[in-house]
Design a protein around this ligand. Structure first.
Ligand code: AMP
Ligand code: MG
Length: 354
């Protein structure tokens, strides 16, 4: 039994909680968290599936609802960076303080865990991932529950992460007790994950808080090999989530990388020869149709990031196609590193370099 309610309640709120009954709705959801239930809620990155991080049974329900592997640990969300030290060992850690000064942010920091956090949250690791979300609804839910909330993305394991309420509803009806519909997510990518458990800080998952920004703050920050490469057989994942198949639509995804003219040529041919779908920038193809998903223009990778997971769900709704060609940004600078990281997994590392 995963749920504590008989059926999933969907509660729609204004993103800024300005509606008359919005606070009451969040207070209701917070009660569900206190009782050990599951609440899906918006954050600035993607929607999360939350439960009381201190309640092992509630935490077990998260894994069951998502079909998540038991060895893939969860991020613990608090509403103030001052609370992190209650759950993770951060006192006297200068690098941690520098990161905390940036929060709330789409940034997760991994630190040694304190005993109060159950091992089921960290999948047996002696470290814990901590985050302070920026989103108004997420913060209010955490505040009113008075608890740390462990939450992975609110999708079925393997599916694209949810950035719109309908994505959550599609995956979590009959699995989560409450789904809070607070509109679309602003960043559209899961948080940047950085570990302070190595001698040099290490980026485990790129996201909206860029590697460049982390280096400005902390000096040298390593990037885990697994960010852009497939794990080799027998290689141990630094972040357990790296092992798993991720973000994949049912439609086969083939990535396309190259300069503007080559991409334009390639897509033009594919589009007229095959009944395929296309994910690309505005400049890459002059046609427009239901088979073409435009991710904004080449200079605005943030827009690509926001639209990416929605596009990966939308391709499965395009009739009569079995393949989608998805154009990548030309370089891996800034937020593009995160786009590469997610799209490589959605495409099972299938990439055409023009
Ligand atoms: P998700 O909750 O789906 O956004 O994924 C959270 C990511 O953080 C996964 O890739 C986890 O493997 C990773 N993670 C969480 N806790 C830890 C930890 N203690 N050490 C390393 N990676 C972690
Ligand atoms: Mg996830």
């Amino acid at each position: 039994m995963i749920m504590i309610l008989d059926e999933t309640k969907i509660l729609k709120v204004n993103p800024d909680l300005s509606g008359e009954e919005d606070i009451e709705k969040i207070a209701y959801a917070a009660e569900i968290i206190k009782k050990g239930g599951l609440v899906a809620f918006p954050t600035e990155t993607v929607y999360g599936l939350g439960a009381n991080a201190l309640d092992e049974k509630a935490v077990a329900s998260i894994f069951a609802a998502k079909g998540r592997e038991q060895d893939n640990p969860l991020i613990v969300h608090v509403s103030d960076s001052g609370d992190i030290n209650k759950f993770a060992v951060a006192d006297g850690n200068e690098k941690a303080s520098l990161l905390f000064s940036q929060m709330p942010a789409p940034l997760t920091v991994i630190l040694p865990k304190r005993d109060i956090i159950p091992l089921s949250v960290t999948a047996g690791l002696d470290s814990v991932a901590m985050r302070v979300p920026q989103n108004t609804v997420a913060r209010k839910l955490i505040e009113l529950s008075g608890l740390p909330i462990s939450a992975p993305s609110a999708n079925l394991s393997g599916k694209p992460s949810p950035t719109k309420a309908w994505h959550v509803i599609a995956d979590m009806i009959g699995r989560a007790d409450v789904i809070i519909d607070g509109g679309d997510c602003e960043v559209g990518l899961e948080s940047t994950v950085i570990s302070l458990c190595y001698e040099t800080p290490r980026l485990l998952r790129p996201g909206g808080f860029t590697h460049e920004k982390l280096c400005e703050l902390l000096g040298k920050v390593d990037i885990s090999d697994a960010v852009l490469e497939k794990l080799k057989e027998g290689q141990k994942a630094e972040s357990p989530g790296m092992k798993y198949k991720h973000y994949a639509p049912d439609t086969k995804v083939i990535l396309v990388k190259g300069n503007g003219d080559k991409v334009k040529d390639f897509l033009g041919k594919k589009y007229s020869e095959e009944n395929c779908g296309i994910i690309c920038f505005d400049e890459d193809i002059s046609e427009r149709s239901g088979r073409i998903l435009v991710m904004g223009n080449r200079k605005n990778e943030e827009e690509y990031a926001v639209k990416m997971f929605d596009a990966l769900r939308e391709v499965d709704r395009i009739p009569d196609i079995d393949t989608v060609y998805a154009v990548l940004p030309e370089t891996t600078d800034g937020i593009s590193l995160a786009i590469y990281n997610r799209m490589l997994r959605a495409a099972a590392f299938n990439i055409i370099e023009l």
